[in-house]
Write a protein that binds this ligand. Sequence first.
Ligand code: SF4
Ligand code: SF4
Length: 92
Amino acid sequence: MKQVFGVVVQPGTTRDQKKTGWRIYKPHFKQVDCIGCRACHRCCPDGAVYRIDKKKFDSDMDACKGCGICAEMCPVDDIEMVLEGKPDEDNS
Ligand code: SF4
Ligand code: SF4
């Protein structure tokens, strides 16, 4: 299936605001089956995904709002959304 990427003109413009309290789910980068396609990196609207190695990515929990786009876009299901905990807890 063809993947079409949207354009985020200025990603990460809200990076100065911690998103910890926003999330119900947070992405867990399993770092097992990653093929290094960078779909997660390119699609994150907050610029929260960062590269550790060629086939190893993770997300900055201070910037992530838990939208789940990265997990949806990962072609090998190497990202899963997991329950964050109570929204008012600081789980960073
Ligand atoms: S859940 Fe959303 S904000 Fe968080 S890293 Fe994935 S795409 Fe970015
Ligand atoms: S979308 Fe999935 S396979 Fe592609 S770089 Fe991100 S974690 Fe790796």
